[in-house]
Design a protein around this ligand. Structure first.
Ligand SMILES: [Zn+2]
Length: 261
């Protein structure tokens, strides 16, 4: 069986021109995070909201979870009125209460029914019904938002890692050393004084140190190259090694014995 990952959104919180918030789906049913632009990203890719069976939450910043009320509202009133499509949310302990609070603020009284049907999985590892084993690991980001990355391994042998939002750290880099594909954030330019995100020089070092791993850049600060509008922060892509791909929204990677770019 083949697999696929689609980068439904590739922008950071500030929405560079031509990008929705960073957002990925694999095998058209498992999503990683639910940003404010989740609904339009799914619509633009022809994915029905009721096809989503698992939501993996990396951390609790607004650009990663504030789309959840819209996805749950859509399922309740449009694509899953009978609540027939099971939905699992995988998130660290403590996330559930905060996410339910966000939903109640967004649509008071309207999301209680669907929230009561959700299966919450707070374990650090598990397996999806279609055979994806996953592990959640701590990363280097703002501790107030419980930051994690995920490592995935399919029954057929496909492997990939998602960084969530993270600066350079051993926990993430150990996972990347054991995988084939890393979806990794590059949120900030060199001049921003933070170690809680990756910069181009971090990606350069990481990709040179892991020449057998392919890197898909997401959560980027750089405008899409097709943009005709004045630059938000930056429009030039760094000159990275060949195993680094600067994805556009909608970019899909297939797996058939190996990842195909
Ligand atoms: Zn974040």
């Amino acid at each position: 069986m083949a697999h696929e990952i689609t980068m439904l959104g590739t922008g950071n919180a500030f929405l560079p021109n031509g990008r929705h918030h960073s957002f990925a789906i694999f095998d058209r049913k498992h999503i990683i995070d639910a940003p404010p632009t989740a609904l339009i990203s799914l619509r633009e890719n022809g994915i029905s909201i009721n096809e989503i069976s698992t939501i993996f939450i990396t951390h609790l910043h607004g650009d990663h979870i504030f789309g959840l009320p819209f996805l749950l509202l859509e399922r309740t009133y449009i694509s899953d009125r009978e609540f027939l499509h099971p939905l699992t949310i995988v998130a660290a302990p403590g996330a559930r209460e905060r996410i339910e609070h966000v939903c109640e603020i967004a649509y008071p009284g309207s999301l209680g029914k669907i929230l009561s049907t959700i299966t919450w999985n707070e374990n650090t590892d598990g397996i999806t019904e279609d055979g994806w084993s996953w592990t959640r690991f701590e990363v280097n980001h703002n501790d107030a938002v419980d930051p994690y990355g995920y490592s995935f391994h399919s029954r057929q042998g496909a492997k990939f890692v998602h960084s969530g939002d993270s600066g350079p750290c051993d926990t993430l880099y150990e996972q990347i050393a054991q995988t084939e594909l890393a979806v990794i954030e590059m949120s900030i330019p060199e001049w921003v004084p933070s170690n809680e995100h990756h910069k181009p020089s971090d990606i350069q070092l990481l990709s040179e140190n892991n020449p057998d791993v392919n890197f898909i850049i997401t959560h980027t600060y750089i405008d899409c190259e097709d943009s005709k509008f004045p630059v938000i922060t930056e429009s030039q892509f760094p000159d990275h090694p060949e195993n680094v791909y600067h994805a556009k929204d909608g970019y899909t990677i297939l797996w058939n014995k190996k990842w195909i770019f």
